[in-house]
Write a protein that binds this ligand. Structure first.
Ligand SMILES: NC(=O)c1ccc[n+]([C@@H]2O[C@H](COP(=O)([O-])OP(=O)(O)OC[C@H]3O[C@@H](n4cnc5c(N)ncnc54)[C@H](O)[C@@H]3O)[C@@H](O)[C@H]2O)c1
Length: 394
């Protein structure tokens, strides 16, 4: 059995704590590895200490260099703010650590490419958490496409919608600053459908996009609350923030893009974090010459499927398939077939695939390269929205 010591950078943040929790499940799901939560890293010391105690990390620190220089650490898992991904990933790969990095991989195409090259040069396993590929429903539809069941792909309609920043009183945070986050919803949320379009439909040829900022100022960011990406509850506890200064928002609250794919067909993509009435949903319909499929994370145990394999017009229409053990990742996520899965199960699948890649010494999918391509397409979408024109994705 191989012991793998994991350090999580940004461990006390929202997604860092989800990663930590999911790693703890791998000792059941990956029998040939002992996964140890080794070091919790967070710039806010009390938060690093708290998460380390809660999840039994062996150590905590506020300085990520401590884990880069620690020969005991095998895996560096980067869950902090986007603008630190590159520097941490490059130092970790140069130190021979395997690196799992949250999306977006980097702030710029050239940074993302440098990360790909550095990981490849050091022969370390590298993964980018484009986690929506790991939903059993998505993987099932991908298999149907590869088996040719949907025929030639015509188009995809895809959206990511949520209400997380629909409230104008959400506190300003790094997410609303283009220099720190690289963009708004199209970065934080849109990276996922941008990647899913490539995963399901193939490489992009060109894009044309429009972006809108609906809420142009937000209550000023409180540095003592670093890590809180905007919270109504917090504002209610701190009315002085509402009465105080505001900060300008220079990122998109919604972006829509048209995509033309290299192999033919097109995509229509919408990303927003300002949709009242939808807590969170990633949904798509992929349409081919011989059938169509629909998946929505709001109903993540279901796929709607239509395959045109008969002449009876009375049978035209979608059938609902309930996902179970017979579907991708089914035995991992269902207690028994049909019992259903949840969002954290999907993160667990991503971490399991990464740990298994490390054990086997085989490339992880999605890799840094996939993360790089997602950043490239994202940047071309932003360029198109900024310049009001079609932009090549090459
Ligand atoms: N794959 C997904 O579905 C998904 C979902 C949410 C967030 N994310 C990504 O995860 C990352 C974090 O997002 P979040 O919502 O958890 O943010 P967050 O603000 O809740 O957490 C970030 C944490 O990183 C810490 N931090 C910041 N800079 C650091 C540094 N240099 N060293 C150590 N710690 C540092 C902060 O103190 C904070 O605790 C982002 O890149 C985001 O895009 C991915």
């Amino acid at each position: 059995m191989k012991t793998l010591n994991v350090a999580i950078i940004g461990a006390a943040g929202w997604i860092g704590s989800v990663h930590a929790e999911c790693y703890t499940r791998l000792n059941v799901l990956v029998p040939d590895a002992k996964v140890v939560l080794h070091t919790a890293v967070d710039v806010v010391e009390e938060n690093a200490k708290k998460i380390a105690q809660q999840l039994n990390f062996l150590k905590y620190t506020t300085d990520y260099h401590d884990v880069i220089n620690d020969p005991e650490v095998d895996i560096v898992d980067i869950c902090c703010n986007n603008n630190f991904h590159k520097e941490i990933a490059i130092q970790a790969a140069n130190a021979g650590k395997h690196v799992f990095c949250e999306k977006p991989l980097a702030m710029t195409e050239s940074d993302a490419w440098e990360m790909v090259e550095t990981a490849q040069r050091n022969h370390v396993i590298n993964g980018c958490n484009l986690v929506y590929r790991k939903y059993p429903g998505v993987a099932f539809i991908k298999n149907l496409i590869e088996e040719g069941k949907l025929g030639k792909l015509y188009y995809i309609k895809i959206l990511i919608e949520q209400d997380s920043h629909a409230d104008p009183l959400d506190m300003h945070a790094w997410l609303f600053n283009r220099a720190k986050a690289g963009g708004g919803t199209i970065v934080t949320n849109g990276t996922h459908p941008i990647d899913l379009c490539r995963y399901l439909m193939g490489d992009y040829a060109e894009v044309c996009a429009v972006s809108e900022t609906f809420i142009k100022e937000r209550p000023k960011f409180d540095p003592s609350q670093i890590g809180m990406a905007g919270s109504r509850t917090f504002i209610e506890k701190r009315p002085d923030i509402i009465a105080g200064e505001t900060e300008k928002v220079d990122v998109d609250d919604a972006t829509a893009a048209l995509i033309r794919f290299k192999e033919g067909g097109f995509g229509v993509l919408v990303s927003t974090w300002a949709k009242q009435g939808t807590r969170h949903n990633v949904g798509f319909e992929v349409v081919g010459s011989n059938g169509s499929a629909i998946f929505n994370t709001e109903r993540l145990n279901e796929v709607q499927l239509y395959i045109h394999d008969h002449d009876d017009r009375s049978r035209i229409g979608y059938t609902t398939i309930f996902l179970g053990n017979e579907h991708p990742y089914g035995e991992l996520t269902n207690m028994k077939s049909g019992s259903g899965i949840g969002g954290k199960d999907v993160f667990t699948i991503a971490m399991k695939d990464f740990v298994e890649s490390v054990i086997a010494g085989k490339p992880m999918s999605p890799s840094f390269y996939d993360g790089y391509v997602a950043v490239r397409y994202l940047k071309r979408i932003q360029q198109s929205a900024d310049e009001h024109r079609w932009v090549s994705a090459e």
